[in-house]
Design a protein around this ligand. Sequence first.
Ligand code: PLP
Length: 376
Amino acid sequence: MLTHPETLAVHAGRAIDPVTGAVTPNLSLATTFERAADGTLPHGNNYTRYGNPNRQALETALTALEGGREALAFASGQAATAAVLQALPAGARALFPDDLYHGTRALVQEFYAGRGLQAEFIDQTNPAAVARAFQTPAQLVWIETPSNPRLKITDIAAVAAAGRQAGALVVADNTWASPLLTRPLALGAHVAMHSTTKYLGGHSDVLGGALVLGADAPEDFAHRVRNWQRLGGAVPAPFDCWLLQRSLATLPVRIRAQSATAATLAAWLAAHPRVEAVFYPGLSSHPGHAIAGRQMSSPGAMISFLVRGDFAATGAVAGRLRLITRATSLGGVESLIEHRKLAEGPGSATPDNLLRLSVGLEHVDDLKLDLQQALG
Ligand code: PLP
């Protein structure tokens, strides 16, 4: 019965409470759980850093949605990323995309590169560059598609196949697509990573992260990330898990509606005289359009576009919006816009005139009107 994502989103990890009959999960705030007289843990719960009923329920739901064998929930997306990096062998060589969430790049460069991680940033949309990079052994290939903020589309199946052949662990940051649009494990990734703060949470009110391990994720890696989750302790609070599980139920309808609005807006923006370029994989002009058509069930609800003008003029467009909020983050029910260069700071390779739009659940005509008055 639990075969379709819409059904899994509502039911996976949920059961009627046997004591009270409650149809929604109870919130279990206890940090510790009683042992039986013989020292065993009859309910399987020990201490909340190790596990908690709400975290287990969330992890079960995430496992089902991504089609994995187990999931590990973290206190943020960055904590989930750090867990992967912690689990790598000392001196590992790791390949990252050239366009990716700037926090991932900062974590790698500011912490791990100084401790022996050999990180290389390559254009994963260029098969020759990928083949060249794998001529030298690598322990990790990190995919992020669509990428943040340029929406570059990496062919997960192709890069995963090359990574596997080279003996690398293949991890795909699936935050922007969500498991509703892309299933990286089915395409060959060993691990799907999420900032659950975004589409999975969906309401800009809960921070979280997750790793979902595929059926053949190496057991030594699984052991190390599990251990890091418990010993490092960057775990989500029970209420955060509860909120996230509540949000999962509406993920399919949210993402469908947001993506439909985004597709309309992207086409409208592409025809706007004050817009220089639009990065949206649903547009046939996007270089990753064909790959996105194969690996995504819809092009999603994120759009980046270049304003005709300089840094200041681009900031002014963002500043004139009234309905769309100028704020960082994405994936919520409310539309957000960000002048990405300003957020990423000095050294960022993002164009001065790029605005990143996270399309929410508002009516498309209201969003268009707001963008029209701001673009002038
Ligand atoms: N990965 C991607 C693609 C992101 O966009 C973000 C945040 O914007 C993260 C990871 C980090 O997630 P968090 O902010 O939950 O730590």
